[in-house]
Design a protein around this ligand. Structure first.
Ligand code: SPV
Ligand code: MN
Length: 624
């Protein structure tokens, strides 16, 4: 138990007062255990005063976890050279004997896992301050709110959370002693002179679903260390599955249709596949870019952004393709840059459309053009997964309902992926069941720099949430199906693909074309335009896209562009659904029957279309 006498030199009377004010036994036990295990020098407890948040930022600068850049408010943090992304290989659920999450989800024995991770945490805070922060997932005082406590020795982690998360100390008081909160314990482990974790071979991210607690050690990369992001998403998916709501890897945004109409969409895209840039499209409004909770409130789907900041990929952010983000990153405000190139106090990154300096400092230390790492590989100026962290309130395109406790009404869901040769740029599902099964549960995407490992490999990624699903996959599909069926009128479901390429490897679309796909989906939600039937859903008519390209992008859209982009590629589609069905058949023990039935009907429709039109169907032929 947490008493001052037990931790005399560590816990001050003021610390004790802040903790006891929350009057929560489970919290006291969690903190007391963390103190005895990690052995900090002292505590800093954030109670959400502006001075507390300023102190967190100051600590990050004092320890060297971050350093200031020339623009006021901007700082930079480096993660270790081998600590640049989420680490699925060392992320695991802790399960009791007899429990299983199926073959696709990494789990280990709970007792053994706790023993291992606690051995790395032991004494890890020596001569460091234990930072304890309280956050609220979702807007405060809302049916969506979930309280969370983060313990960390990294002021960078706490600082990131103070930008990304809603404050939660008062919300914790409202818990009234209940154990209904998520808990995160993080330790950076031994650090080098750049303040980066060194023992990455002992990097572990272990998730205890029963206790709703996550332990993470020997890493600083935010996707592994910032509890409130992907670690909380895992716990939320688990919790949501028993309460008929959804916790998803999705942006939330307002699509601005005709006559001032705003229609809210969520969008699930694997990491680094255009999720943030869709949510930040010009003339639209962003509610959130990464994680959404969706609930049935009085028969309607409503959704919130779990966070209130963005931890976005900086690569290729430039004034032409991402004008809103670029402006936010070049204006004085509280922004953390990570793993960019810094020269003369300025951040640089690949694809920013400015000349990069030949020398500077980056995640590898001192950097110069042509530098090779210890494996002889070229070190890029900025890491491909380099990021920025910024509050949504810094953005002029923030939606006015971002913090609404009731969320926003959800009318459409978009499932995207990185796919060079199969899916058309946008297609609406015929109904909720087909949308969940043929779009969300069938996502395959080529891998990116957001996780460690080889890039460009086509990988099954259910709802773009594969890295985070914390329940057996069949049950996850079933929850999604049930959720839609519990609504009076479920949201329309769409697939998008921004990554179609021609035989020379050139992309078939411009980066901002996604505006048109989104606004066509907006029109479809309101039945404002008809659509063309394909074996897998409904695609746009050419004549409905032409005015959208002209009005929104000032672009001529040719029949030839349309034909190339919207050709129905039957052999690729048959192969895709065959691959995905095979995954469900061979690796998912609890696949609902409706999934196989839906694949069967779809295959029959694809084969019938192939017989009538051939392998590659010109969309104009279907429109006749
Ligand atoms: C992602 O990779 O999907 C991100 C960044 O949003 S991380 O916090 O690493 O998950
Ligand atoms: Mn993400």
């Amino acid at each position: 138990m947490l008493t001052q006498s037990k931790f005399d030199k560590i816990v001050s009377p003021e610390d004790l007062r802040k903790i006891t004010a929350l009057n929560n036994e489970k919290l006291n036990a969690f903190i007391a255990d963390a103190i005895s295990l990690c052995q900090p020098r002292d505590l800093f407890i954030c109670t959400d005063s502006p001075a507390d948040h300023a102190h967190i930022r100051k600590m990050a600068l004092e320890t060297g976890d971050e350093f200031p850049l020339a623009t006021p408010g901007h700082t930079c943090h480096f993660d270790g050279y081998r600590d640049q992304a989420r680490d699925p290989a060392h992320t695991a659920y802790l399960l009791e004997p007899g429990q299983t999450l199926g073959k696709n989800i990494k789990s280990i024995d709970r007792t053994a896992g706790l023993k291992e991770v606690r051995s790395y945490l032991k004494g890890s805070y020596r001569n460091r301050t234990m930072i304890i922060c309280f956050w609220c997932l979702g807007p405060t005082d809302s049916p969506f709110s979930i309280s969370a406590v983060q313990i960390t020795d990294s002021p960078y982690v706490a600082h990131s959370e103070s930008i990304l998360c809603r404050p939660g100390y008062d919300q914790f008081k409202n818990l009234d002693g209940s154990s209904d909160f998520f808990a995160f314990l993080h330790a950076s482990g031994p650090l080098d002179s750049h303040h980066c974790s060194t023992e990455t071979d002992k990097r572990r991210i272990y998730i205890d679903l029963d206790d709703e607690t996550v332990y993470t050690v020997n890493t600083q990369y935010a996707g592994n260390s910032v509890g409130l992001k992907k670690l909380a998403l895992r716990l939320a998916i688990h919790r949501a599955s028993s309460e008929n709501w959804l916790a998803e890897h999705m942006f939330v945004m307002g699509a601005h249709g005709p006559n001032g109409r705003v229609t809210y969409f969520t969008g699930a895209f694997p990491s680094a596949c255009g999720k943030t840039s869709t949510a930040m499209l010009p003339h639209q409004t962003i509610v959130g870019d990464d994680i959404a909770y969706i609930r049935n409130i009085d028969g309607r789907a409503r959704t919130v952004n779990v966070e209130h900041g963005i931890f976005g990929i900086i690569r290729s952010v430039n004034p032409d393709d991402d004008p809103e983000i670029y402006r936010a990153l070049t204006t004085p405000a509280e922004v953390i840059f990570t793993n960019v190139l810094v020269s003369d106090g300025k951040p640089y990154w690949t694809g920013m459309k400015a000349e990069l300096p030949q020398t500077g400092e980056n995640h590898s230390g001192d950097w110069h053009t042509g530098k090779l790492d210890s494996d002889g590989k070229p070190v890029p100026p900025s890491h491909r997964n380099a990021r920025y962290t910024v509050r949504l309130s810094e953005l002029p395109n923030r939606d006015p309902h971002t913090d609404d406790p009731a969320g926003v009404p959800l009318s459409g869901i978009i499932y995207g992926g990185r796919d060079s040769d199969t899916l058309v740029p946008v297609e609406q599902a015929y109904n909720w069941t087909e949308g969940i099964i043929l779009k969300g549960a069938s996502i395959e995407s080529q891998t990116t720099a957001a996780t460690l490992g080889k890039e460009g490999v086509r990988k099954f990624n259910i709802m773009s949430n594969m890295d985070f699903v914390a329940i057996p996959l069949g049950r996850y599909v079933e929850n999604n199906l049930d959720f839609g069926h519990s609504l009076q009128s479920p949201p329309a479901i769409f697939s998008t693909n921004y990554f179609l390429q021609n035989e020379n490897g050139d992309f078939l679309n411009g980066k901002l074309d996604k505006t048109v796909w989104l606004l066509w989906a907006e029109l479809r939600v309101h039945n404002d335009v008809p659509a063309i039937n394909t074996p897998t859903g409904l695609i746009p008519r050419y004549e409905d896209l032409v005015p959208l390209f002209a009005d929104k992008l000032n672009k001529d859209y040719t029949e030839s562009d349309y034909t190339k982009q919207f050709t129905i590629r039957i052999p690729q589609l048959l192969e895709k659904y065959h691959r995905v069905e095979n995954i469900y058949r061979t690796t998912v023990a609890d696949t609902p029957r409706i999934v196989f039935d839906t694949f069967k009907h779809t295959r029959n429709r694809l084969i019938a279309a192939q017989k009538r039109y051939g392998d590659y169907i010109n969309p104009f032929d279907l429109a006749k």
